[in-house]
Design a binder for this molecule. Structure first.
Ligand SMILES: Nc1ncnc2c1ncn2[C@@H]1O[C@H](COP(=O)(O)OP(=O)(O)OP(=O)(O)O)[C@@H](O)[C@H]1O
Ligand SMILES: [Mg+2]
Length: 262
């Protein structure tokens, strides 16, 4: 896939997204964009709508209202596969890896047939998996290790490797560090920086201010299903962002959707 998008066009944009579950309004008129190679942090209290928004962006839920654009082009995702075909990948919090399969099998799971043959070429898969892990500086003893033998951090790394194995443009991560020990957290965050350096956009949901302030370029807050505030990391601080999560806006950080995309 060639990268024709100019730097002024968002890799992914959502405009006016609402999502209703029966009588429950999970999202109301939400806007979001992430630029190529940008790491966007999304924060908000429990139930603020973060995961629901990510599921809309990754094709798992269809929006009740609103539009999605990939590289400036409007898209309608019929499911996660359709989103993936447009380079939008999601790493779920529960990882969705198959523990009893090997690392290389997990990386290519469900996509072997993309190679067109009836036989899965294990040696080629192993080699490609190793190359991809090397590119991301992910160290495992062997790609033939089974995922259930890995640590939480290594599993998260394999999930990210899986998400980026096929030209992902945007990788969405829903609390990827929530269950990890500190050392493993750092590895996952460094992996996000690496993706950024490869031009991949990352949307990171996290409750941890350390994560947000270590890796993000910009942070946006949802409050009760709506945009609440956003700012480049250089123009805000932890206390302000924590305030946003609780619905307090005392400084000048209004949500800015002045971003011109087309
Ligand atoms: N499938 C569903 N059916 C009905 N309501 C839902 C569904 N999914 C989410 N909701 C509701 O939508 C709202 C937003 O939920 P969501 O999971 O997006 O929040 P969140 O910001 O990810 O919270 P957390 O930080 O706890 O993960 C909540 O009120 C939730 O109960
Ligand atoms: Mg959530």
């Amino acid at each position: 896939m060639n990268q024709t998008s100019s730097t002024s066009i968002a890799a992914l944009e959502a405009r006016g997204i609402s999502k209703y579950f029966g009588a429950v309004t999970a999202l109301e008129d939400v806007n979001l964009h992430v630029m190529p190679g940008e790491v966007l942090g999304v924060v908000g209290d429990n139930g603020a709508g973060k995961s629901t928004l990510m599921k809309v962006l990754s094709g798992l839920h269809s929006a009740s209202k609103g539009q999605l654009f990939v590289g400036g082009q409007e898209v309608h995702f019929s499911g996660p596969r359709a989103a993936r075909d447009r380079g939008i990948e999601m790493v779920y919090q529960d990882l969705a890896l198959a523990g009893n399969l090997r690392i290389d099998e997990n990386i290519f799971l469900g996509r072997e047939q993309l190679r067109g043959g009836i036989f899965i070429n294990h040696n080629a898969n192993m080699r490609k998996a190793q190359e991809h892990l090397d590119k991301l500086k992910i160290h495992v003893k062997s790609v033939s290790q089974r995922v259930e033998e890995l640590s939480g951090g290594q599993r998260q790394a394999v999930a990210i490797a899986r998400a980026t194995a096929f030209d992902a443009k945007v990788v969405i991560m829903d609390e990827p560090t929530a269950a990890l020990a500190i050392k493993e957290v750092r590895k996952v965050l460094d992996l996000i920086k690496d993706l950024k350096n490869h031009g991949v956009s990352v949307i990171l949901i996290s409750h941890r201010m350390d994560d947000i302030f270590y890796v993000c370029d910009r942070v946006m807050a949802l409050f009760r299903g709506r945009n609440f505030a956003e700012a480049p990391l250089t123009q805000t601080d932890r206390n302000e962002v924590i305030g946003w999560i609780m619905g307090n806006k005392n400084q000048t950080s209004e949500t800015s959707e002045s971003h011109d995309l087309n």
